[in-house]
Design a protein around this ligand. Structure first.
Ligand SMILES: NC(=O)c1ccc[n+]([C@@H]2O[C@H](COP(=O)([O-])OP(=O)(O)OC[C@H]3O[C@@H](n4cnc5c(N)ncnc54)[C@H](OP(=O)(O)O)[C@@H]3O)[C@@H](O)[C@H]2O)c1
Length: 265
């Protein structure tokens, strides 16, 4: 999985297609979408317009909460592939844990799709350490996509993904605009001639098995977020950023959907 991906929520329509095409032109090779975003067809057009060979791209989509029963997993994945204009995905995720469908049922249906060549890998999103312990009993998953940025500690999930040999994909990696405005991260960035957003993205991808998927509608942000491969953070700066996270930094918390999140230890 390329360590830096392009997040596509809430992009859609012609603007979504333009953004995906531009991101791929700028060098992104990992695109993140979901059934819930309602933009798979627009994302698919952007992928096609980019002209980049399918084999060079990593495409992730996610099953909606109402598509987690065995039949719906198969039907909705076919629909996602059709909308995206692809014959296979790289990664298919459970978007949010279900409170009604057993995870074993969903993962077994996803494993069948993987064995049939419709997706190369399967994984989960918004899973806590407890849910990961359960999921890994039922299938060979490769990742947990969770909110992660300098203001939200994910120490518990990081430790669990390490134990299970998984990737952690960081969503909302620039904390939806809070990172770029943070004076402490701006000050660290000054040392490297980088912005606060670039520092946060670099801090994420320097961590073992962590990928980040910032969303940017503007070409300037897309480009800036990609310019993080020409510097490395000094240990004292990494430690300073490590110290900014807490459990109160969570942005994405949806009543009725969110699991009982891990508390940082
Ligand atoms: N699995 C899940 O449940 C889940 C939940 C949320 C998100 N996601 C995925 O993660 C992706 C990213 O998360 P997100 O969209 O919530 O948050 P994000 O990427 O942290 O923040 C996006 C916002 O930050 C701005 N931004 C990006 N780069 C910037 C820069 N260099 N300087 C200043 N501002 C910058 C963007 O502005 P412009 O758009 O104006 O450029 C946009 O308003 C989503 O698109 C989606 O694919 C997954």
């Amino acid at each position: 999985m390329p360590a830096l991906g392009f997040g596509t929520w809430p992009l859609s329509g012609a603007d979504g297609t333009r953004a995906v095409r531009e991101a791929i032109e700028l060098g992104y090779r990992h695109i993140d979408t979901a059934q819930l975003y309602g933009n798979e067809a627009d994302v698919g057009k952007g992928i096609a317009q980019s002209g980049v060979a399918r084999g060079e791209l990593w495409i992730t989509t996610k099953l909606s909460r109402d598509h987690l029963g065995a039949k719906e997993v198969a039907r909705s994945t076919d629909e996602s592939l059709k909308k995206l204009g692809l014959d296979h995905l790289d990664l298919l995720l459970i978007h949010w844990p279900s409170r009604t469908v057993p995870v074993a049922e969903t993962l077994s249906a996803m494993t069948k799709l993987r064995d049939a060549g419709k997706t190369r890998f399967i994984g989960v999103s918004n899973f806590t350490t407890k849910l990961l312990d359960e999921a890994t009993k039922h299938a060979d998953i490769i990742c947990d996509q969770v909110e992660y940025h300098p203001f939200l500690s994910q120490r518990a999930v990081l430790s669990a993904v390490k134990t299970h040999g998984l990737f952690l994909t960081a969503y909302s990696p620039v904390a939806r605009g809070q990172v770029p405005n943070d004076k402490r991260l701006q000050a660290i960035g000054k040392k490297y001639g980088k912005s606060a957003a670039q520092v946060a993205l670099r801090w994420l991808i320097e961590q073992d098995n962590v990928a980040a998927i910032p969303k940017a509608g503007s070409r300037a942000h897309m480009q800036a977020n990609f310019e993080i491969f020409d510097f490395a953070l000094a240990p004292e700066d990494r430690a300073a950023i490590d110290g900014l996270g807490s459990s109160s930094g969570r942005i994405v918390d949806i009543a009725g959907w969110s699991p009982d999140w891990d508390r940082p230890n």
